[in-house]
Design a protein around this ligand. Structure first.
Ligand code: SF4
Length: 73
């Protein structure tokens, strides 16, 4: 199953991921960074398994992240 992996501490809070994919991303009112919803936390990564059908669009979201801190594997 594909996974979205987010290095949250490096997020600059641009909001692109939330705009494109609000079902997976929220912008935190506390620190302005994006949060990957329902993700498992491992060290500095947030990891969420997604359906194969969501992988290509998630890759396009990752490509649009200006600081390239979203990976889809
Ligand atoms: S697109 Fe990247 S930098 Fe912008 S809010 Fe999302 S994770 Fe943060």
């Amino acid at each position: 199953m594909p996974k979205i992996i987010h290095t949250r501490m490096k997020c600059i809070g641009c909001g692109v991921c939330h705009e494109k994919q609000p079902e997976y991303w929220r912008m935190s009112k506390k620190d302005g960074k994006a949060t990957l919803l329902n993700a498992e936390l491992k060290k500095d990564k947030a990891i969420l398994s997604i359906p194969e059908s969501e992988a290509d669009f998630s890759r396009s979201v990752a490509a649009d992240c200006p600081v390239k801190i979203i990976q889809v594997m």
